[in-house]
Design a protein around this ligand. Structure first.
Ligand code: FES
Length: 89
């Protein structure tokens, strides 16, 4: 898996997501709380708005059409397709 940066738009903070971490794990380690439940991309609890950057979707919650729009993602399983995602957090 790839490493990348998530930028938290509301605080301007940047959090590095390592190869072996989910976005949710990286956020948690940085003290950023996102509601979570299944951690398998199924329940939708961790749904987060994406303001910029391309998402690599791994969830089974969003429809293919919603995934294609790319303005939201499930950070328990999905990742950045590029080097950076800007999140509405
Ligand atoms: S925690 Fe269930 S989809 Fe992320």
């Amino acid at each position: 898996m790839n490493a990348f940066i998530v930028e938290l738009a509301r605080s301007g903070r940047e959090v590095r997501v390592h190869e072996d971490q989910s976005v949710l794990q990286a956020l948690g380690a940085a003290g950023v709380e996102v509601p979570l439940s299944c951690q398998q991309g199924v329940c939708g609890t961790c749904l987060t708005r994406v303001l910029a950057g391309e998402v690599e979707h791994w969830d089974m919650y969003l429809t293919p059409e919603e995934q294609a729009v790319g303005d939201q993602f499930l950070p328990c399983v999905s990742r950045a397709a590029g080097e950076r995602l800007v999140l509405d957090l």
